[in-house]
Design a protein around this ligand. Structure first.
Ligand code: RFL
Length: 395
């Protein structure tokens, strides 16, 4: 047997996205051994652009674990959310309404880059280019991960726990035997055409509704913006050239002077939700997108992934340090409570902001309801406060 066949660790982490890397850093801070196995190259994961907002809870988590200095530097805070309604700006002071809590603008790829650097600086074991990752013996005390390393050699790691942090398309969830989990799915019947462009960021993150449909404009770094445009699900990417993108943005945002900019990336996202229950099987714990997908509306996907990672890190710490496995048994329930709360928030926002757009899409009755719901955010301190609290993230 080769030396590799005898590798052991406390936690084998599959996937080096936000959830896997956060878990790895927290475990390392707690002095608990772990190995991270990532299918892609370092360059690939460090460039992958997705989320952009870190909620209050996540920032506090990095502070509490002593990682804020290396992870949160230069993250811009913005305590105000703009709603552009038929071209008219309305501002919701999120930080003020949420008792001083607010999100930070930190593009996902920067977070990933910093978490990788922090983990490696501290001597962490992070392996890129791992092929054919396979999980086994999940219901035993010593689950096993096998994979092919970058040279094509077969490797095997025995662990106390496996953390499935490999996203929606990963291998971890598929390793749970059929019938052991309940799956909840929901198709929102809406598409988002997403554009990353070299356009100066908006003054505040902005949602725009008008009879032309929904659009959003968010900062992504000092010179770039992420735009979202409502479109039919399954929209053909080729149907949107630069002229159409900027014409529609100008109409929906109500700003004829919105500058043109180089389009760096475009994609169509069909809005869907997915949750598995429980988020664990034997010694396998699913974390982040491996267990749940939430629509990008509300910006909670990455934040849920980070929250799961912290719950699991604390639970493993209790098991390893104190021999107390109750927090591991509670892991799924704890994470699912937050997941469903955020799913509800995301669906609430989705209805409010899409139905209040083009009345021909939602029908006149739902259109009126959505406009009333939107107005209430500005006329009721309680309604505005609840929205702000959910947007900023839990205390
Ligand atoms: P990830 O980021 O998908 O990382 C999983 C990692 O696992 C690796 N992997 C494997 N490794 C080894 N073996 C295998 N068999 C493997 N299979 C996969 C992958 O290469 C990858 O490195 O999951 P994680 O860590 O749970 O993080 C989840 C977040 O990435 C996700 O929730 C967010 O990006 C969602 N999301 C947003 N979230 C927010 O909080 N705010 C936002 O504004 C926001 N905007 C978005 C988004 C997602 C989007 N997409 C992907 C549709 C905007 C978009 C366009």
């Amino acid at each position: 047997m080769s030396e590799a066949a005898h590798e052991t660790t406390t936690v084998a982490i599959v996937g080096a996205g936000p959830s896997g890397l956060t878990l790895a850093n927290l475990l390392r801070t707690a002095g608990i051994g772990c190995v991270v196995l990532e299918r892609q190259s370092r360059g690939y994961v460090e460039q992958r652009q997705r989320a952009g907002v870190l909620e209050h809870r996540a920032a506090r988590m990095f502070e509490e674990w002593g990682l804020a200095g290396r992870v949160l530097q230069d993250s811009r805070t913005d305590g105000v959310q703009e709603f552009r309604v038929d071209g008219e700006p309305r501002f919701l002071p999120i930080a003020e309404l949420a008792g001083g809590r607010f999100g930070r603008i930190l593009p996902q790829q920067f977070l990933v880059q910093r978490l990788i650097t922090a983990f490696l600086e501290d001597g962490g074991d992070l392996r890129f280019g791992c092929g054919d990752v396979t999980l086994g013996e999940l219901d035993s005390d010593r689950p096993i991960v096998t994979y092919l390393d970058e040279s094509g050699a077969q490797r095997r790691i025995e662990a106390d726990f496996i953390a499935g942090c490999d996203g929606f398309h990963g291998v971890s969830r598929r390793s749970v035997p059929e019938g052991e989990q309940t799956t909840y799915t929901y198709d929102h019947g809406i598409g988002w055409f997403t554009v990353l462009a070299d356009v100066p960021p908006p003054r505040h993150p902005m949602f725009a509704v008008s009879s032309h449909g929904f659009a959003a404009h968010f900062p992504r770094g000092p010179r770039s913006s992420r735009f979202y445009l409502q479109c039919p699900p399954g929209e053909d990417l080729g149907a949107w050239d630069e002229d159409r993108i900027f014409e529609q943005l100008r109409l929906r945002i109500g700003d004829p002077d919105l500058p043109y900019g180089k389009v760096l990336e475009k994609a169509v996202v069909d809005m869907r939700s997915f949750v598995v229950d429980p988020m664990s099987y034997g010694r396998l714990f699913l974390v982040g997108d491996a267990a749940h997908i939430i629509t990008p509306m509300g910006g909670k996907g990455m934040n849920l992934a980070l929250a799961d990672a912290e719950v699991l890190a604390k639970a493993v710490r209790s098991a390893v340090r104190d021999g107390d496995e109750q927090p591991l048994r509670d892991y799924s329930r704890t994470c699912l409570d937050r997941t469903w709360s955020y799913q509800e928030y995301s669906r609430w926002m989705t209805e409010m902001l899409h139905d209040s757009g083009d009345p021909a899409t939602s029908g006149p009755f739902r259109h009126k309801l959505a406009r009333a719901r939107l107005d209430r955010l500005f006329t009721s301190a309680n309604a505005g406060g609840l929205f702000a609290e959910l947007m900023a993230g839990e205390a």
